[in-house]
Design a protein around this ligand. Structure first.
Ligand SMILES: *[C@@H]1O[C@H](CO)[C@@H](O)[C@H](O)[C@H]1NC(C)=O
Ligand SMILES: *[C@@H]1O[C@H](CO)[C@@H](O)[C@H](O)[C@H]1NC(C)=O
Ligand SMILES: *[C@@H]1O[C@H](CO)[C@@H](O)[C@H](O)[C@H]1NC(C)=O
Ligand SMILES: *[C@@H]1O[C@H](CO)[C@@H](O)[C@H](O)[C@H]1NC(C)=O
Ligand SMILES: *[C@@H]1O[C@H](CO)[C@@H](O)[C@H](O)[C@H]1NC(C)=O
Length: 302
């Protein structure tokens, strides 16, 4: 249990859209292959998909001889014309591309959110996740990288950090237990699978709880501070769960045409939180009268 809990706080911040999980951070900067792009046509989408292995630095960004796109002057740094060295993008060469990255905590709905984005004809988010220990240490370099390469940032956070913790612990447990016919799954597509995974109720260490919630809150606050000058949008998982119209704000932010976005993923933990934690009484007692008390009362459906 102690291990589970420490991994909850550790490595909690993820950047999605940046590729390569095995390299150390400085190399990641160099191979920041595919900061997920937004493209004009599906052919171009495929082209860029295959080019992602080539690596960001091999893609020359050319401003000319394409005609000026019909955009506001402030947008110019965010519009790119990828120009891979190894092949010609042919008819796509003049279709501008925009880059974005998703910055989120583990188990905050980023996988779910990404399935919505990828249901859009003009968006490709490559799903590669890596936890970035160095993200906070090297935030200046990263923010600078985002600035130079015109990358926009989507912050996706979860308000109820206690629900998030249940999700983290259950996911950690399933990594070994493999409840679905011997296969570990972090996301599911059927209510039956969700029900099986939700049967496991974690025991939360109530002594460490407050400190851990505080740490996650502080990390989030710091991340917002570090990247405040990067063009960004802040989203909360709960808001999207309650109101899918929020996805319109994202499409505006990414400058893509409005579409109805869809996800086939099914939420694993539904209903009251009290039924999802083994030692609910301890947890409820530990949080009552603290700034986190609201976490034990909030309920919602997806
Ligand atoms: C979006 O993608 C569709 C299908 O590939 C394409 O026809 C359309 O031109 C694209 N629109 C924009 C604005 O990128
Ligand atoms: C597990 O396998 C059985 C038999 O192959 C199948 O009927 C069942 O649907 C599977 N369950 C899950 C949750 O995948
Ligand atoms: C909670 O964590 C503390 C510190 O790691 C440990 O001393 C304690 O035994 C844990 N309590 C339970 C019930 O696991
Ligand atoms: C951190 O917690 C405080 C107090 O509960 C809250 O007002 C604030 O919004 C939280 N910060 C974040 C980034 O969630
Ligand atoms: C849903 O989200 C949209 C877009 O952010 C907002 O304009 C609208 O007021 C929200 N509706 C509700 C019921 O919160």
């Amino acid at each position: 249990m102690a291990d589970d809990l420490s991994s909850f706080a550790k490595d909690a911040l993820l950047v999605k859209g940046l590729k390569s999980s095995t390299l150390v951070w400085r190399l990641i900067v160099l191979t920041l292959a595919m900061v997920s792009g937004v493209y004009i046509c599906s052919i171009c989408l495929k082209q860029i998909g295959t080019s992602s292995k080539i690596g960001f630095l091999d893609i020359k960004v050319v401003q000319k001889p394409c005609p000026e796109p019909n955009i506001e002057p402030w947008e110019i740094p965010f519009v790119h014309y990828p120009h891979p060295k190894t092949y010609s993008r042919a008819e796509c060469a003049c279709h501008p591309v925009r880059y974005f990255a998703i910055l989120s905590m583990q188990r905050s709905g980023s996988g779910w959110f990404e399935t919505f984005l990828n249901s859009h004809a003009n968006i490709s988010s490559n799903g590669e996740i890596f936890s970035v220990k160095g993200l906070m240490q090297h935030h200046e370099e990263i923010a600078e990288y985002f600035r130079i390469h015109g990358v926009s940032l989507i912050f996706l956070f979860r308000r109820n950090l206690l629900r998030r913790m249940v999700s983290v612990l259950a996911n950690e447990y399933d990594r070994n237990a493999k409840l679905l016919n011997g296969t570990h799954k972090s996301h599911v597509h059927s209510p039956k699978e969700a029900e099986i995974l939700a049967k496991y109720k974690p025991t939360i260490n109530s002594t460490l709880l407050i400190a851990q919630l505080k740490q996650v809150n502080e990390t989030t606050t710091k991340a917002l501070e570090y990247f405040k000058s990067t063009r960004h949008i802040i989203l909360y998982y709960e808001d999207i769960v309650k109101n899918r119209t929020k996805l319109r704000d994202v499409q505006d932010f990414l400058k893509v045409p409005q579409m109805d976005l869809k996800s086939r993923q099914v939420k694993i933990h539904k209903g009251s939180l009290s039924s999802q934690v083994e030692n609910w009484n301890d947890i409820s007692k530990a949080l009552t009268g603290t700034p986190y008390e609201s976490f034990i009362h909030e309920d919602y459906r997806r």
